[in-house]
Design a protein around this ligand. Structure first.
Ligand SMILES: CC(C)=CC(=O)SCCNC(=O)CCNC(=O)[C@H](O)C(C)(C)COP(=O)(O)OP(=O)(O)OC[C@H]1O[C@@H](n2cnc3c(N)ncnc32)[C@H](O)[C@@H]1OP(=O)(O)O
Length: 257
């Protein structure tokens, strides 16, 4: 498949999608949405792929939703097309997705990174929700996800003042899982994805589902959900293999069954 705004590659068991609109700092327009979703869905359906990495350029992961595409929309346009609803499909991808973020992750770019399962940031990364400076507010989940990541005070600060957070603050605040030198970003993200892809895919997917459930339910319900998924893992051959491998002091050979 030929893509206009992204580069799609596989590295072993890892699917790699690179946002590639250099002249617009990877601003997210409707073509980017359609292409990212198409590529991710192909990886999702490929049994040889165990994890994915989404990245951008050294200057920008993505500088936001495409302002030039949306500037002339009317309220009725936005309402009828349910503008941005398509990105919810990205958030529903069931295999793990790591965001490897260098440079600007602003507005929709920050929101897209937060839709991934975790964020590895380069030391030059800058996160922000500057929509307020454009006379609007976050619309791809920023007001909700950012608040869950960094708490009300910092989320309010970022959404109301439009200020950016550097990589060190983002790590301190829990927005990113690790910060690495820019030259090591892709390698580090691919290494983390390859590590995940070595494990039992059903166990990985259920772990992802359980962690995500914690955002949507009470603690009691979440604990019950986790326990039921955990019980179901005793039906997996991979559980037998993983535990036998430990006892026999050898590496596990997971078959994703
Ligand atoms: C509204 C909702 C719900 C979500 C959003 O995401 S709104 C967008 C939020 N993001 C922003 O407001 C950031 C906008 N961009 C900037 O402030 C700057 O581009 C920068 C600080 C990230 C980088 O500045 P720099 O001077 O290094 O680069 P520019 O010359 O400004 O940009 C290069 C090139 O890219 C175009 N660009 C950048 N961001 C966007 C964007 N979000 N949408 C569309 N186009 C964008 C910029 O216009 C320029 O292109 P031209 O040279 O053709 O003008």
């Amino acid at each position: 498949m030929a893509y206009e705004t992204i580069i799609v590659e596989t590295r072993g068991k890892v699917g790699l999608v690179t946002l590639n609109r250099p002249n617009a700092l990877n601003a997210l327009n409707s073509t980017v949405l359609a292409e990212v979703l198409a590529a991710m869905q192909i990886f999702e359906a490929n049994p040889r792929i165990g994890a994915m990495v989404l990245t951008g350029s050294e200057k920008a992961f993505a500088a936001g939703a495409d302002i030039k595409e949306m500037q002339s929309k009317s309220y009725v346009d936005a309402y009828f097309e349910d503008f941005f609803v398509g990105w919810e499909q990205f958030a529903r991808i069931r295999k793990p997705v790591i965001a490897a973020v260098a440079g600007y992750a602003l507005g929709g770019g920050c929101e897209l990174a937060m839709m991934c399962d975790f964020i590895i940031a380069a030391d030059n990364a800058k996160f922000g929700q500057p929509e307020i400076t454009l006379g609007v507010m976050p619309g791809m989940g920023g007001s909700q996800r950012l608040t869950r990541f960094v708490g009300k005070s910092k989320a309010m600060d970022m959404c109301l003042t439009g200020r950016t957070m550097d990589a060190a603050e983002a790590e301190r605040s829990g927005l990113v899982s690790r910060v690495v030198p820019i030259g090591e970003l892709l390698e580090e993200a691919l290494k983390a994805a390859a590590k995940i892809a070595e494990f039992s895919l059903p166990a990985v997917m259920m772990a992802k589902e359980a962690v995500n459930r914690s955002y949507e339910t009470t603690l009691a319900e979440g604990l019950r959900f986790e326990r039921r998924l955990f019980h179901s893992m005793f039906a997996l051959e991979d559980q037998k293999e993983g535990m036998a491998a430990f006892v026999e002091k050898r590496s596990a050979n997971f078959r994703n069954q």
